[in-house]
Write a protein that binds this ligand. Structure first.
Ligand code: ADP
Ligand code: ASP
Ligand code: MG
Length: 455
């Protein structure tokens, strides 16, 4: 069996869903489990509704809810012909509307939007889209069963960034999904959303439907994970920055992890973790053009000399450079840094430590200032915000002759506030002023792939 995850643009309208049905039909001999994202922008709309309700803007919350419901009704009307199926779906959409409005009223009264409540809002995106896709499959003669993640996708209770609990969800998944698959039906379920052991909806972080596909595949022992999106695989750079980047045929799990961890939005970095543990390959394909080859992420190693496979960037990070006031304070100093980071909830993306200095790259946020303030008694702390990371990824590139020099050469005369060989020698990373990010990405692309023009 395989898991097939379809992203937001792949289910955004009736034409897109019709293509999804065609793709699933082609894969029936491989026993697919279908994992669906919310239709494009629906998750952002649900967030907008929650925030508007919290801010007491009832009209905005109601208006956005109505618009969200109308979109789903319109997609349904354009794809479902069967009157009974249409009636059931219309009732489901209307009931979701009532629930969203009830949630909004509660949030308006309290003036508070907790992560737990945000997850309750978020869950409607995937619940609605997966219902429509399940009905569309049935309408086209594909026996499908809609499966609620509430019945298996058990996570911890870190709302909005919950982690799945494999030991509990594995047996539940077997119980719920296996009979559907062996009965020759296609299970259709939701990405992104999970449930606590006590039955409260959670989500696993924005963009995490890819991760859901991988978790389900690992738990069921799938032979492949297919990620169907709006690009033909992982490209040599973000197509919104570099014109006509090239498709990357294959990547190792580590390369794909580092590339996505440092910003390539095409895949959620978590996707690689369960897949690598179970040795399940990930295929990234374009749903708008299913005949096109994509990218395979697997444990296969590359033949030939080390080379850069793709360029990525991560906007809006903060570099914190810490120098202890006294050299002999080194060890307690390191302990204190970790204690402050944990206490303030700073998200360290990468760090480097030498005898006399520690440099941290943090995702920008209010806590960065608080972290440096807390450390000031102990060391001199230099905070640099308005910075981006640019990154070249490829197995063993840091040890390859000339590649690091070419990387720095393409950055040119610009100041580099942080430089690293990456967590495992597979990436070259530099922090530069945000203003130059896109230009540097294009310059790196030109250096390593020989073509780049601006967009
Ligand atoms: P989905 O909704 O299917 O999950 P996403 O929008 O999350 O799709 O991811 C696909 C997008 O990732 C592409 O449209 C592209 O703009 C962006 N992207 C960024 N970097 C890359 C890259 N290196 N290769 C391919 N796509 C990339
Ligand atoms: N719908 C969710 C989001 O927009 C999850 C996903 O699409 O992967 O973040
Ligand atoms: Mg995505």
């Amino acid at each position: 069996m395989i898991t097939m995850k379809f992203g937001g643009t792949s289910v955004q309208d009736a034409d897109a869903i019709t293509r999804v049905v065609g793709i699933v039909k082609e894969s029936l001999p491989r026993q697919p489990v279908v994992v669906i994202s919310a239709i494009a922008q629906a998750t952002n709309t649900l967030e907008k509704i929650g925030v508007a309700a919290r801010d007491g803007n009832a009209a905005l919350a109601r208006g956005a809810t109505d618009e969200l419901l109308r979109r789903h009704v319109s997609v349904m009307n354009n794809i479902i012909r069967d009157a009974a199926a249409k009636k059931t779906l219309a009732e489901y959409i209307a009931a979701a509307g009532v629930s969203i409005n009830n949630l909004s009223s509660g949030v308006e009264k309290l003036g508070e939007l907790t992560p737990r409540t945000m997850d309750a809002f978020y869950s409607f995106g995937e619940l609605l889209s997966s219902r429509i896709v399940a009905a569309a499959l049935a309408e086209q003669g594909v026996p499908s069963t809609w499966v609620d993640t509430k019945d298996f996708m058990v996570t911890d209770d870190n709302f909005t960034r919950a982690r799945p609990v494999m030991e509990i969800l594995g047996p539940r998944l077997e119980k719920v999904m296996r009979p559907v698959i062996s009965g020759g039906r296609v299970p259709v379920t939701q990405g992104f959303i999970g449930v606590t052991v006590s039955g409260v909806r959670t989500t696993m972080g924005r963009e995490s439907s890819d991760y859901s596909g991988s978790v389900i595949a690992a738990a069921l022992g799938a032979e492949a994970i297919e990620i169907w999106t709006d690009v033909a695989g992982v490209l040599t750079a973000d197509p919104r920055v570099v014109e006509s980047p090239i498709r990357v045929e294959s990547l190792s799990f580590t390369e794909a992890y580092e590339l996505t961890y440092f910003g390539a939005k095409v895949l959620h970095p978590g996707t690689m973790i369960p897949a690598e543990v179970k040795g399940i390959p990930i295929d990234i394909r374009k749903s708008g053009d299913p005949g096109m080859p994509g990218t395979r992420v697997s444990s296969a190693t590359h033949a030939g000399p080390a080379r850069v496979r793709s360029i990525t960037y991560l906007a809006d990070v903060t570099v914190l450079t810490l120098t202890p006031r006294l050299r002999q304070d080194r060890n307690p100093f390191r302990e204190q840094i970790s204690a402050v980071l944990t206490a303030k909830g700073g998200e360290t993306l990468i760090m480097s430590a030498t005898e006399s200095r520690t440099a941290l790259v943090l995702r920008s946020g209010r806590e960065c200032g608080e972290i440096s303030e807390s450390l000031k008694g102990l060391c001199s702390a230099e905070v640099r915000s308005g910075v981006s990371l640019v990154c070249a990824v490829g197995e063993n590139i840091t040890a390859a002759p000339r590649l690091p020099a070419r990387f720095l050469g393409a950055i040119g005369e610009r100041p580099v506030y942080f430089y690293s060989n990456g967590p495992s020698g597979n990436s070259l990373i530099a922090a530069i002023d945000s203003a130059g990010t896109e230009e540097v990405v294009r310059s790196l692309h030109l250096e390593f792939f020989g073509r780049a023009s601006s967009r």
